[in-house]
Design a protein around this ligand. Structure first.
Ligand SMILES: Nc1ncnc2c1ncn2[C@@H]1O[C@H](COP(=O)(O)OP(=O)(O)O)[C@@H](O)[C@H]1O
Ligand SMILES: [Mg+2]
Length: 321
């Protein structure tokens, strides 16, 4: 038996959890198919599991040893699934319950960062009773309105005139009870992947339409990605360290992707964290991995290994007591 085969076997029977019941279902199916083929290429005993509400029964009945979680959005990325997997004692890739839940909520994430002294754009929580003019005055214009818990830029708008603030709030409120306004950062956008104990090379995202909205992310050909990102070595290191810290203070583990803006003065502003980032062959984490010399299949194996370490840590702990 080859060494690689041997390594692949220590994972046991692996469920690639994909699909799910969130708005991101279709993207997750695409990510899942790519992950599955990467793992199979590496000799892992991996199987597709299209997750619905009975996912925990499926995992138990089919005697899976481990889960590669590639469910994007609510249910799979927000701690809900992670809690179920903890109960079943099935090791899984990526963040645990707390970091998943916090990261799914952009406002909670910003509160933690602010508390930890990490720079994130100033914000104000909005309600139907808010004094919208006062908010515009406090934060300045333009600003961006976001539902706390939606992904893929859904329900978000850029507001350049105070009179647009209330309608933008109404739109965001259709998607979540919690809505906030955030100071707009004019400058460059970066996204930085964390993989195990490594920070991968940052990617600069260049959008033609003004902001990286749903259209720019999934439909437009006008978005350009630069990796290497073009920052000088020292600044790139600063950015990587910042993103590692931003991930760590949320309790992040395994892998994830941190979104950051840099203003014209050069200051970095943390925007949000994705704890189950896209994994199609056009996605950003695979792009950064490639720059680091990792093939897509190598990457899937590295992510799978993030489940092994927590597994082993738990075993060591239980031996210790
Ligand atoms: N404060 C901000 N200033 C300028 N642009 C922003 C700001 N926040 C978000 N954006 C833009 O909107 C995009 C989506 O915002 P983000 O908070 O990352 O939500 P999601 O990726 O979950 O839709 C970002 O990629 C960026 O282009
Ligand atoms: Mg984002």
């Amino acid at each position: 038996m080859s060494v690689t085969q041997n390594m692949a076997e220590r994972f046991g029977k692996v469920a690639v959890l994909m699909g799910g019941w969130a708005a991101e279902r279709e993207v997750s199916l695409k990510s899942g198919a790519a992950v599955l083929s990467g793992l199979l290429e590496k000799g892992v005993d991996a199987h597709k599991v299209d997750a619905s509400r009975d996912v925990l029964d499926v995992l138990r009945e089919q005697k899976f040893d481990r889960a590669f979680n590639i469910l994007h959005g609510r249910g799979g990325e927000d701690g809900e699934l992670q809690g179920g997997l903890e109960v079943l004692q099935i090791p899984y890739t990526g963040c645990g319950v707390m970091a998943s839940a916090i990261s799914m909520d952009k406002l909670m994430t910003k509160r933690i960062w602010t508390g930890a002294g990490l720079a994130t754009p100033a914000f104000e929580i909005l309600t139907a009773e808010s004094d919208f003019n006062l908010v515009a005055e406090k934060l300045g214009l333009p600003l961006i309105i976001k539902p706390a818990q939606e992904g893929s830029s859904i329900g978000m708008s850029k507001v350049s005139d105070a009179s647009q603030l209330e309608p933008a709030y109404q739109k965001a409120a259709e998607f979540d009870d919690v809505v906030f306004a955030e100071q707009w950062v004019t400058g460059d956008e970066y996204t930085v992947a964390i993989l195990g104990d490594e920070v991968l090379p940052p990617i600069r995202v260049e959008v033609q339409t003004g902001f990286y909205d749903f259209e720019a992310k999934y439909a437009s050909n006008n978005t350009q990605y630069h990796c290497p990102c073009g920052l000088d070595e020292m600044t790139e290191e600063t950015l990587k360290t910042l993103c590692q810290n931003a991930f760590d203070v949320l309790g992040g583990k395994g892998w994830g992707r941190v979104d950051v803006m840099q203003d014209h003065v050069g200051t970095f502003w943390l925007i949000e964290v994705n704890t189950v980032p896209g994994m199609t062959d056009h996605s950003l984490v695979p792009m950064a991995a490639k720059q680091q010399g990792l093939s897509f299949a190598d990457l899937t194996l590295k992510v799978l290994e993030t489940s092994l370490s927590s597994d082993q840590q738990k075993m060591e702990l239980s031996h210790a007591v």
